[in-house]
Design a protein around this ligand. Structure first.
Ligand code: PLP
Length: 419
């Protein structure tokens, strides 16, 4: 880092300020966590210099002996960790993994059945703004109005009516466990492939805190940078008979050269995710999300579906009288990073939204537990009620920011001199 500071002080100052932001404020974005220093070391390495189009032993460039070792380790560790017959660790992101999975399992114009964006689905699950909605024919399922959980009867009805080539489950803001066995049954009845997009919860699967989709899905796509605590990137798991189609869909169909530094970092993260410490983290992450959901529910913020089984929870703020957009801004002013989120059947535009989403992987990585979640629930409540248009609100927001700084100072994600 001393070199960067000398050679490019402008960028060095960005790095210093960002590590300070991550350390001095509260990180509750559900799709983020903290990579370990070992993962960061692999990521910031000279493996990034290497071109390695192809797969280990079958590259289009010379000099790939060392990066082949890294990719073989990453693949073997992913297969072992997730008990999968085949793993492809090259996707640059979760969206890139999904593009490859669509390419392997369907043709343009085919019907794809997935959760609609307003109910928790991802852009790659059929949004018109995305390849999935432009090149495929998306049919969306929702959640039940009453329970706000997936209505499996509706999914089955839609599957039998539209005969999709591909059914997708796995979401961006769905707090409950998904019944993979039920989805498998529906896919079999409709003659469809089942793709589980485990981007959000794959870290919890690795830590054995939630059930694995691997035994039920034809293909599982995932990100490596959320609760899994690896580098930004994607991954695909599948059965052996689909391995070749998946590999060809990643390269050469969807991508060029793999990012070998990221693949080495994924290998380190998979190794860490197999440890008892990681299992402790994954299980505590869920307990923390439950504690935070209960704490916020007691303050009048209604948890969508009534609670959570995972690392995230969504809260309906209509009773509080503050929009998701305003709540996000008020929390940001108080040093709390979280995001606005639509609630099911939200009357507000997505840019405004009636809810917020919180996630506990980051704070759990820092070592926080249920006691801290109770404090955080009180801090979020105070921040959401602090109206910046009033003098009292501005003062209260400042007080919360000071309390946040106090809390996080006791749980540093990285040692100070690593900055
Ligand atoms: N799939 C789901 C369910 C996600 O939540 C996300 C990201 O939030 C993605 C895919 C895409 O991941 P990435 O941002 O790495 O492209």
């Amino acid at each position: 880092f001393a070199v960067l500071r000398r050679e490019d002080p402008e960028i060095a100052s960005v790095l210093v300020d960002e590590v300070a932001r991550q350390r001095d404020t509260l990180q509750l974005i559900a799709s983020e966590s903290f990579m370990s220093p070992a993962v960061l070391a692999a990521l910031g390495s000279t493996l990034a210099n290497k071109y390695a189009e192809g797969y280990p032993g079958e590259r289009y460039y010379g000099g790939c002996d060392q990066v082949d070792r890294a990719e073989r380790l990453a693949v073997d560790r992913a297969r072992e960790l997730f008990v999968a017959e085949h793993a492809n660790v090259q996707p640059h992101s979760g969206a890139a993994a999904n593009l490859a999975a669509y390419a392997a399992l369907a043709e343009p114009g085919d019907v794809v059945l997935a959760m609609g964006l307003p109910y928790g689905g991802h852009l790659t699950h059929g949004s018109k703004a995305n390849f999935s909605g432009k090149w495929f024919h998306p049919v969306s399922y929702r959640v039940a109005r009453e329970t706000e959980e997936i209505d499996y009867d509706e999914v089955r009805d839609l599957a039998l009516a539209h005969r999709p080539k591909l059914i997708i489950c796995g979401a961006t803001s769905y707090p409950r466990l998904i019944d993979f066995a039920r989805f498998r049954e529906i896919a079999d009845e409709a003659g469809a492939y089942l793709l589980v997009d485990a981007a959000h919860f794959i870290g919890l699967v690795a830590g054995r805190a939630v059930p694995s989709p691997v035994p039920f899905a034809d293909v599982v796509t995932a990100t490596t940078h959320k609760a899994l605590r690896g580098p930004r990137g994607g991954m695909i798991l599948c059965r052996s008979e689909l391995a070749q189609r998946i590999d060809k869909a990643v390269f050469p169909f969807a991508q060029g050269g793999p990012m070998m530094h990221a693949i080495a970092a994924k290998a380190v993260a998979f190794r860490e995710a197999g440890t008892p410490e990681f299992r402790g983290y994954a299980n505590q992450t869920v307990r923390n999300a439950r504690a935070l959901a209960a704490g916020l529910a007691a303050e009048g913020m209604r948890p969508v579906t009534g609670g959570t089984d995972t690392h995230l929870a969504v809260f309906d703020l209509r009773e509080v009288g503050v929009t998701g957009q305003e709540a996000e801004a008020r929390c940001a002013r108080a040093g709390i990073a979280l995001n606005k989120n639509p609630v099911p059947y939200d009357p507000e535009r997505p840019a405004v939204s009636s809810g917020i989403r919180i996630g506990t992987p980051s704070v759990t990585s820092q070592g926080m537990r249920e006691d801290e979640m109770r404090r955080i629930a009180a801090l979020i409540t105070a921040a959401v009620h602090a109206d910046p248009a009033t003098e009292d609100g501005v003062r209260r927001s400042g007080e919360v920011a000071a309390e946040v700084a106090n809390l996080v100072a006791a749980f540093p994600p990285y040692p100070r001199d690593d900055a």
